[in-house]
Design a binder for this molecule. Structure first.
Ligand code: OAD
Length: 240
């Protein structure tokens, strides 16, 4: 339990977006030079795009996956892992990110609501398997040996994110909701602040700039994730 802004906090939900990995060198989607500046998301991140031009979609995700080996977790990832291991209450970490920087930063529990770059999903047997090589339209599923049925195990526009029921349960029972580095433009994650707030949580946003949902939060800390996240974590652990 911690004392934060005039209330006792026992359960924390943290939502992260692309902004937390930006300072590690992973491009965001909608900032200058972001991924959606170079590509139309409707050409890449939809089931229809995959059906239309699978080679383009495989290439996009193969390249992003390959780049993971050249980036490292930053102080914001490691601070959240510290919070998870030292906070005397519960800390539920949900991320829209498909990278593995939370895990490499030391987090043991990470809920990847938009899936993971390092997994492939078989549309024939529905099993998810670790992504170990580059994939294409003739790759074979290691579980059922079907050929040409593997797709990136990421959630595309028009698909339902993973773990939604569990996330909603966590939002309904948390005392503190923290959103870090997310533009608040993509639902359902953009609606989590309202959900948590309606259920009584104090809400804090950390973002380099004003986001689309800033005004819905009780508190906003404007600045870089690598500065603001360790600061907030220190505050929470000091009061614990
Ligand atoms: P966006 O690219 O939409 O937003 C990134 C946010 O991070 C922006 O609000 C930036 O101001 C902020 N930001 C950038 N650098 C930062 C830093 N160093 N410190 C703090 N904040 C920083 O990324 P998301 O909100 O994560 O989904 O995007 C949500 C979803 O849209 C993604 O999961 C992806 C995308 O389309 C799918 O592909 C389905």
């Amino acid at each position: 339990m911690a004392y934060f802004r005039n209330r006792f906090v026992q359960r924390i939900v943290v939502l992260t977006g692309a902004g937390i990995s930006a300072e590690s060198g992973v491009p965001t989607f909608r900032d200058k030079d972001g991924l959606w500046e170079k590509h139309d998301p409707m050409d890449i991140a939809t089931p229809e795009a995959f059906a239309r031009d699978p080679a383009l979609v495989y290439r996009f995700y193969n390249e992003r996956r390959n780049k993971l080996s050249s980036v490292q977790p930053n102080l914001a990832h490691t601070a959240l892992a510290q919070l998870q291991s030292h906070f005397p209450g519960e800390v539920f970490l949900v991320t829209q990110n498909v990278d593995d920087l939370h895990e490499r930063g030391g987090s043991e529990q990470v809920c990847h609501m938009h899936g993971q770059l390092q997994a492939m999903l078989c549309t024939a047997c529905n099993s998810s398997s670790p992504a170990t090589v580059d994939y294409n339209s003739i790759s074979v599923c290691p579980a059922c040996t079907s050929r040409g049925t593997l797709r990136p195990d990421v959630v595309w526009f028009g698909e339902i994110p993973y773990f939604i029921e569990e996330i909603e349960t966590q939002l309904a029972s948390c005392d503190l909701f923290i959103a870090i580095g997310t533009s608040g433009l993509v639902y359902p994650a953009a609606g989590f602040v309202q959900h948590a707030r309606l259920c009584g949580a104090t809400t804090v946003e950390i973002n380099r700039e004003i986001s689309d949902v800033t005004e819905l939060f009780h508190h906003q800390r404007q600045g870089l994730a690598t500065i603001e996240v360790p600061g907030l974590v220190r505050e929470l652990l000091q009061q614990a």
